[in-house]
Design a protein around this ligand. Structure first.
Ligand code: SAM
Length: 294
């Protein structure tokens, strides 16, 4: 029986809490602010405040975890349009994570309406109200996404929030992105916190245009970003800085592959390492020196 009491809340700089995964060796959110990350890198980056004027919205939350990205999205959407009908599909490997989140005070910062939704999703793996139809698919997202991708499901916003590529390469491969891209509506946006060149080239290989999540209102030539947004048209995306574009020409941009969508993380990492060793592309350290990155 999975044990949700094993998850111990860790504070982040904005006063909200996250968990630490011993298995993956990482916290679930940025130490600068778990709640802030959910709003800025996911809800805002996918234009939900604007899209909320639609009568209905569909969201795909890959790596649902504590449910913060779904919660922030619902807060933003219903603040603009309380009548908006939202369909949410969440994908999560470990059901004890959302259970632990709702079993503690961690969700108290969300509105009562959203807290109710998070409780129902964690407890019943679904939530149906006049304004919401939410489903949590528990299992490896590489498997649970396949029937979804074959169905008519077309998300207006996709949140892609796995642990980092080094720790969880299986959810950053070209092959997984191809499945995710199938679930994205023609005008939809996919957001992730990752600014890794390997992740960005996997998104391009899956047929997406990519843009950056800028640190401020402008994006300077030498500046890094807060993440990446993918969509089928480049028109509404913030272009990558020249520094980021050059990063995509280096060895770091060789993407992860998992053709059967079932390889072990170690197998995917080894395959990636071999491809990097054989590559004649510019080394990432030489690119770093050129841009003065420590
Ligand atoms: C960085 S955390 C996500 C945080 C989450 N979005 C939130 O707001 O709380 C990564 C999540 O991915 C889940 N995960 C790890 N491997 C997975 C897999 N193969 N399929 C689905 N979920 C996975 C973990 O259990 C964890 O909850």
């Amino acid at each position: 029986m999975p044990d949700s009491t094993l998850w111990i809340p860790q504070p982040t700089d904005d006063g909200s809490f996250t968990f630490f995964s011993d298995e993956f060796g990482e916290t679930f959110h940025s130490r600068f602010g778990a709640r802030q990350e959910a709003f800025q890198k996911f809800a805002q980056a996918t234009d939900l405040a604007v899209k909320a004027q639609q009568e209905t919205l569909r969201l795909l939350d890959v790596c649902y975890g504590l449910g913060y990205n779904t919660a922030a999205a619902l807060e933003v959407i219903w603040a603009v349009n309380p009548a908006c009908y939202v369909e949410v599909v969440g994908l999560e490997l470990d059901e004890t994570v959302p259970q632990a989140a709702v079993g503690s005070a961690l969700i108290d910062g969300w509105s009562l309406r959203v807290q109710e939704v998070l409780r129902a999703i964690a407890t019943h793996h679904c939530c149906t109200t006049p304004q919401l139809n939410a489903t949590l698919l528990v299992g490896d997202a590489r498997q649970t996404i396949q029937p979804l991708a074959q169905s008519e499901f077309q998300a207006d916003a996709i949140f892609l929030d796995p642990f980092s590529p080094r720790r969880c390469p299986q959810l950053w491969t070209v092959d997984f992105f191809a499945q995710v891209a199938h679930c994205l509506a023609p005008t939809g946006k996919l957001a992730t916190y990752s600014r890794s060149a390997a992740v960005r080239s996997a998104m391009l290989a899956a047929g997406l245009c990519i843009g950056t999540i800028p640190l401020g209102n402008t994006h300077l030539p030498h500046e890094w970003s807060q993440g990446t947004v993918g969509s089928f048209t480049a028109q509404t995306l913030y272009p990558l800085s020249p520094m980021e574009q050059e990063h995509l020409q280096t060895r770091a941009a060789i993407p992860y592959r998992d053709p059967s969508l079932s390889d072990l993380a170690t197998t995917i990492l080894e395959r990636h390492q071999q491809q990097q060793n054989q590559s004649t592309r510019e080394s990432t350290s030489s690119w770093r020196r050129r841009w003065g990155i420590k």
